[in-house]
Design a protein around this ligand. Structure first.
Ligand code: R5P
Length: 295
């Protein structure tokens, strides 16, 4: 593997350290502080030589702060002559990748431009909301998948009764297919509708009988928990014994965990693209694997 060094952004120190160990890479010292008005100050305390660096910074809430910290670091690194590879495990704004409503700003397009302008040469994320979103980038971009790691975790750690996997919406079909293939189980796809103006989510009732079965619901993001909550209600109505919600990015805002628990969700399992009480699966091997392919 190339002689990488890793720059841990303030949002992703743990993940960067894990990657560093697996890649036998030098970790660059980064110091930062937040001013009372919310501005960030960042100091690169180690020298980077003219070498390829991997900047690791997830952009979970506070989204814009973490994003701007990624821009600041990348800008500085490129000023030092480093070739910046940005690992943004949770890529904020990925759900705003199209003009859904007339006049809507395609935030992903803005983001893609900004990353290029601050010197990012290659961007790697994990389970981007939709792979088409990557087409907004004019630099090489790649979405690694945490699905095999999540499936393996379920296989090894969770005892299941007659399990079936489920996606809360059509958009997650390929994710749930990949997941269920690894576990060798069936899957179903629920029908979800989101009102683009109010954001309200409705999930249609499940036609199939899943009496007494454990359902593993697979999603890319759990943010407010609204999608999983509504899907869980329908799954329980259809006879599900247990509902286990699995996701790559546990954003978990607005009391999501409590909301899902009240809707009958028995367990929530996520990865460490975002630190949270449910971040049980380490996603670093999937990211490191991608760098191995680069030589
Ligand atoms: C939507 O299409 C995504 O795949 C997730 O299902 C959604 O973003 C989750 O958001 P929330 O938890 O707020 O429903």
């Amino acid at each position: 593997m190339e002689d990488w060094c890793i720059v841990p952004g303030p949002a992703s120190r743990d993940l960067a350290e894990k990657m560093g160990k697996q890649m036998n890479a030098r970790l660059i010292k980064v110091e930062y502080k937040i001013f009372p008005d919310g501005e960030s100050k960042i100091i690169l305390s180690d020298k980077v030589r003219n070498q390829p660096v991997i900047l690791v910074q997830s952009t979970y809430p506070p989204v814009d702060r973490h994003l701007f910290q990624a821009f600041m670091l990348s800008h500085r690194l490129s000023e030092e002559g480093a070739e910046v590879n940005a690992v943004i495990p949770y890529l904020a704004y990925a759900r705003q990748d199209k003009e859904f409503l007339k006049g809507e700003v395609v935030a992903m397009r803005v983001l893609a431009r900004l990353f290029r302008h601050v010197g990012v040469r290659r961007l790697i994320t994990v389970d981007i909301h939709s792979v088409e979103g990557l087409s907004n980038f004019s630099i090489p971009s790649y979405s690694a998948s945490a699905i095999p790691l999540l499936a393996q975790h379920i296989k090894n750690k969770v005892k299941l009764t007659n399990p079936i996997a489920a996606s809360p919406d059509f958009g997650g079909s390929s994710r749930v297919e990949a997941f269920s293939r690894i576990l060798g189980i069936d899957h179903l796809v629920l029908e979800k509708k989101r009102d683009r103006v109010t954001g309200e989510v409705k999930v249609k009732q499940v036609d199939l009988s899943i009496e007494g079965r454990d359902v593993i619901m697979v999603d890319d993001i759990i943010s407010t928990g609204g999608s999983v909550q509504r899907a869980s209600v329908q799954l329980k109505k259809a006879g599900a014994k247990r509902v286990i919600a699995v996701c790559t990015h546990p954003v978990l805002v607005a009391g999501a965990l409590e909301k899902m628990r009240k809707a009958g969700v028995d367990e929530v399992i996520g990865t460490n693209t975002i630190p949270s009480p449910v971040s049980k699966v380490d996603v670093s091997p999937a990211i490191v694997e991608h760098f191995k392919t680069l030589g």
